[in-house]
Design a protein. Structure first.
Length: 146
């Protein structure tokens, strides 16, 4: 089975809860999983699948626990064409920069030639009481591509 690095950016815990639930589902499907709360590039294996789960804070900003990785990707990383990733972004459409953190991460990864495995998932807190439900449905499409 495949190896998956789950990379989390969470402020109030919703993204972490989603990430932990996705971790359980991936392990249940027989995959090897490592969950990272404050990842750096040195922590991540570019040969593994990357699964990013992040909320958005403030005015479309990245949570403090994933911001250092984002800055590394912006400043210190060369091209990452070997990285295959999927990204789940949590946000609230009542704010101007809905899922801004996820959109920034997605843009940066694509700028570095990383390869999205499936389309980015956006979970709208204004419409979804349980973010784990759409995340698990999306994960099944991700697993099918592993």
């Amino acid at each position: 089975m495949s190896a998956v690095e789950i990379i989390v950016g969470s402020v109030y815990g919703s993204a972490m809860s989603v990430a932990e639930r996705l971790e359980e589902a991936l392990i249940g499907a027989g995959h090897r999983v490592a969950l990272h709360e404050e990842a750096t590039l040195a922590d991540l294996n570019p040969e593994h699948f990357w699964l990013l789960v992040t909320s958005t804070t403030g005015d479309g900003e990245l949570p403090a626990d994933i911001l250092p990785l984002f800055l590394e990707l912006q400043q210190d990383s060369g091209p990452l064409p070997q990285v295959r990733y999927a990204l789940a972004a949590l946000g609230d459409s009542s704010y101007e920069h809905f899922c801004g953190a996820g959109k920034q991460l997605n843009s940066q990864l694509q700028a570095l030639s990383a390869q999205p495995v499936i389309e980015m998932l956006t979970i709208n807190a204004s419409e979804t009481l349980d973010p784990e439900e759409p995340a698990l449905m999306w994960l099944s499409r991700f697993i099918a591509k592993l």
